[in-house]
Design a protein around this ligand. Structure first.
Ligand SMILES: [Fe+2]
Ligand SMILES: [Fe+2]
Length: 443
C-alpha cells in the first residue's frame, strides 16, 4: 500500500475492465459468432459429406446460443440497446468475418473458418476468461467457458473435414491455402479478435481470390449413398403404398435420412433473411436447422443399426430442387409446407412402432414430433414477419405454403421413367434384404 496516498490503493487485476469495457468486448464476440454462423449456414448445401452437413448445423446452433447469451449479457450490463444493433468500431473485423461467405471453394471455406476465424475466437475467449473478473462478471464466465469448449470441438472437426475435402479436391489445395492466408493476414492487420481496443477503421476492399456467394441450384450429395432426385417410389407413384410393418419402418427411416433437404433449406433461409429479420430469427432458424439435422441422423443411425450399407440408401434432392431459383421465402415455405402436411402422422406412426416392438423408431418419431410442434409455430410466425417486413399481407403465408405444394408437384412431374423404375428397384431390394434379417427384439 502506498504510504503517501490517502486511499486504499493496491494493484487490482480484478478491476482491469470496467462494466462498459466488458460490454464492448462481449458485443464484439456477439457479432463474430453471429457472422460466422450465418456464413456456415449458407454453405451447408454446397458441402457433400452428410457428417459435415449435420455437424455444421449443430455448430451453427451452438454459435447462436452463445451469441444469444452474449447479447443478453450486453443488455444486462446496461449497454445502450441502439449501440448493440451496429458493429461500431469493430466494423472492419466483422466485415472480415462475413467475407468468408465469399470463399472460392469448399476447402477454402473450411480452411478459413476452421484454421483462422474459430481459433481467433478460441484465443479471445481464453484471454477473456483469464483476464476478466469471475466475481463481477460471473454470469459471462459460465456461458463463455462452455463456448470455449465448443470452439475446441469445432476446430478439431474442421481440421478433419479440411483434410478430407482437400484430398477429395486436390486441385483446390493451393487456392484454398492462399485464401486462408489472405483471411489470416487481414485478421492480423486488424489486430485479431482479441480482447484489446478495436483497430482504427480501415477501408480494405474485397479479399484477393474471393468469389461472390450464390445459392447452389443443386445440393451437393454425399457420394457414399445411392444418388437420386426422388428417394422413394411413393413420391413419384401415388398408387405405391406408404406401407405397414417392415415397409413402414423402412419408409420412415428413409424419410428421416432424407431430411437432409431440411438442413439445407434451414441454412439457406437463415442466411438469406439474417439482415432482414430481427436477431430472434437467426436464433430460431439455427435451432430449426439443428433439429432437422438430428432428424436426418435419426434415420441414418436406424438404417445403419439395421445393417444397411449407405450405398443401398437413396438420398434425394427433389424438395431442395423444387425451390431452386425461387425467392428464398420458398425455402422457409417448404419447411412449413412439409411440416404442417406431415405432423399429424407422427404420433400415429410412433404408436405403430410401439405396437411392433420397434422402440428405436418409436423413440425417434416421438422426439421428432415434439420438435415439429415447435417448428410449426416458427413457420407461421416467421412467414408472417417476413411478409410484413416486405410490406405484404402477413395473412398471405398460406399462399406461400400453397405455392410450395405446386412447385413440388410440378417438379415431381419431371420424373423420368428410368427414375421411377430405378427407385422402385432400390426400394424393393431394401425390403427384400430387410425381410431376410433375423428378427431382433429390443430390450
Ligand atoms: Fe424434421
Ligand atoms: Fe421440422
Amino acid at each position: 500500500m502506498s504510504q503517501s496516498s490517502p486511499f486504499l490503493l493496491i494493484p487490482q487485476p480484478r478491476a482491469r475492465w470496467m462494466r462498459l469495457d466488458t460490454a464492448q468486448l462481449l458485443k464484439r464476440f456477439y457479432f463474430c459468432e453471429r457472422t460466422v454462423l450465418v456464413s456456415c449456414a449458407a454453405w451447408i448445401p454446397a458441402i457433400a459429406p452428410l457428417e459435415i452437413k449435420t455437424s455444421l448445423a449443430r455448430f451453427i446452433w451452438q454459435s447462436a446460443e452463445t451469441a444469444h447469451a452474449l447479447r443478453n449479457r450486453v443488455f444486462e450490463l446496461r449497454f445502450p440497446s441502439r449501440l448493440l444493433e451496429e458493429e461500431g468500431p469493430d466494423q472492419s473485423l466483422i466485415e472480415l468475418f462475413s467475407a468468408v461467405k465469399d470463399s472460392p471453394s469448399v476447402p477454402a471455406f473450411l480452411l478459413s473458418v476452421g484454421n483462422v476465424l474459430l481459433p481467433a475466437l478460441r484465443d479471445s475467449y481464453q484471454s477473456y476468461l483469464a483476464a476478466s473478473d469471475s466475481i463481477a462478471d460471473g454470469p459471462t464466465h459460465r456461458f463463455l467457458s462452455l463456448a470455449l469448449t465448443e470452439k475446441l470441438e469445432q476446430i478439431t472437426a474442421y481440421e478433419r473435414w479440411t483434410r478430407s475435402e482437400l484430398s477429395r479436391n486436390p486441385e483446390s489445395r493451393a487456392s484454398a491455402h492462399e485464401w486462408a492466408n489472405a483471411v489470416a493476414d487481414r485478421l492480423s492487420q486488424l489486430g485479431g479478435v482479441g480482447v484489446g481496443a478495436p483497430p482504427a477503421a480501415t477501408a480494405a476492399g474485397p479479399l484477393p481470390g474471393s468469389k461472390a456467394y450464390s445459392i447452389p441450384d443443386r445440393p451437393a450429395r454425399d457420394p457414399r449413398f445411392w444418388p437420386c432426385r426422388f428417394y422413394w417410389p411413393d413420391v413419384v407413384d401415388s398408387t405405391f403404398p406408404y406401407g405397414e410393418g417392415m415397409q413402414l419402418q423402412l419408409r420412415s427411416a428413409i424419410s428421416h435420412l432424407n431430411e437432409v433437404w431440411a438442413i439445407e433449406s434451414g441454412g439457406l433461409m437463415l442466411s438469406a433473411f439474417a439482415d432482414v429479420l430481427p436477431w430472434e430469427w437467426i436464433r430460431d432458424a439455427a435451432r430449426w436447422t439443428y433439429d432437422e439435422s438430428r432428424h436426418c441422423r435419426m434415420g441414418y443411425e436406424r438404417l445403419i443399426a439395421w445393417g444397411f450399407d449407405p450405398v443401398q440408401l437413396p438420398l434425394g434432392t427433389y424438395i431442395y430442387d423444387s425451390a431452386s431459383r425461387e425467392d428464398p421465402i420458398y425455402r422457409l415455405g417448404m419447411l412449413y409446407f412439409f411440416e404442417t402436411k406431415n405432423i399429424h402422422h407422427k404420433l400415429t406412426r410412433a404408436q405403430r412402432f410401439h405396437d411392433y416392438g420397434d422402440a428405436l423408431s418409436e423413440h425417434d418419431m416421438d422426439f421428432d414430433w415434439a420438435d415439429e410442434t415447435i417448428h410449426a409455430g416458427y413457420g407461421k410466425h416467421w412467414l408472417r414477419e417476413l411478409l410484413a417486413v416486405r410490406g405484404e399481407d402477413p395473412a398471405a403465408h398460406d399462399q406461400v405454403r400453397e405455392r410450395c405444394g405446386k412447385l413440388v408437384s410440378d417438379y415431381v412431374a419431371t420424373a423420368t421413367e428410368g427414375e421411377v423404375t430405378g427407385i422402385k428397384k432400390v426400394a424393393s431390394a431394401l425390403m427384400a434384404q430387410a425381410a431376410q434379417k433375423p428378427a431382433k427384439h429390443s430390450e
